[in-house]
Design a protein around this ligand. Structure first.
Ligand SMILES: C[S@@+](CC[C@H](N)C(=O)[O-])C[C@H]1O[C@@H](n2cnc3c(N)ncnc32)[C@H](O)[C@@H]1O
Length: 228
């Protein structure tokens, strides 16, 4: 399954056989019509989102118990992962009311309310909420923010040993984006870059020590003064 690549990203050979439901496809089409997701083909969106699951399962060998998705927008990758991992709990964190409202409607329509929570609000606030702080096995982020912002918003949510999985722009397998000494400020350690199906790139970091209480900083500060 794995082809090592010295000095480069680790290759995860493929996305396990899986067929998205018609409901999920219709949801993502609606999300696209609403302007919440981009014009990329639906199959590419689905495969890219499924790549998060491939990376996690490659590293842990099992579905996670609780996943937080930062800036869920129109549902990528969270809605895809919620269909993939049917027994996993999710919290979808999205500040924009329209997008969060859309996600909430989908969760209700799919009868996922017992395991999928849509949190309309800021990740900086969720990270200070005792309900979520230090609880997540995995945090996912796709197009959420620059690395320092993503790290600062994700680390408070992760339990010890938990994983942050971030999709990376195709051109940037650049490890300088995730300087280990800066990631360590929030208790994260970069595990490295992964490529799925030789197509999609992800950076994975592990919560190796507790995130200091001073993080995340106040709403808006991580983006205004990124840690890196
Ligand atoms: C570029 S979109 C990406 C959405 C989705 N993950 C995707 O890839 O299609 C970023 C989303 O993050 C949300 N967002 C940005 N900063 C946030 C924060 N600090 N807390 C919660 N949501 C945030 C925005 O409202 C927006 O919907």
């Amino acid at each position: 399954m794995v082809a090592g690549s010295p000095g480069g990203p680790e290759l995860v050979a493929g996305i396990p056989a899986w067929r998205a439901s018609e409901e999920l496809r219709a949801t993502l089409e609606a999300s696209r019509r609403a302007g919440f997701i981009g014009e990329t083909s639906l199959d590419d969106h689905l495969s890219h989102a499924a790549g998060f699951a491939a990376v996690v399962e490659h590293l842990t060998g099992a579905p996670p118990g609780l996943v937080a998705d930062l800036g869920s927008g129109g549902g990528l990758p969270a809605l895809v992962l919620a269909e993939w991992w049917r027994a996993t709990e999710f919290v979808l964190i999205e500040s924009q009311q329209r997008r969060a409202g859309f996600l909430h409607e989908v969760v209700q329509a799919r009868a996922w309310t017992d395991r999928v929570t849509v949190l309309q609000g800021r990740a900086e606030v969720a990270g200070r909420d005792g309900r979520w702080r230090g609880t997540c096995d995995v945090v996912t982020a796709r197009s959420f923010g620059r690395p320092g912002v993503t790290a600062e918003c994700a680390a408070p949510l992760l339990r010890g040993g938990g994983l942050l999985v971030v999709s990376e722009p195709p051109s940037e397998g650049d490890q300088a984006r995730w300087p280990p000494e800066r990631c360590a400020d929030v208790g994260l350690e970069p595990l490295g870059a992964f490529r799925v199906a030789d197509q999609f790139g992800y950076e994975v970091l592990q919560q190796t020590s507790r995130c200091p209480e001073r993080y995340p900083r106040r709403t808006g500060v991580p983006a205004k003064r990124p840690l890196f």
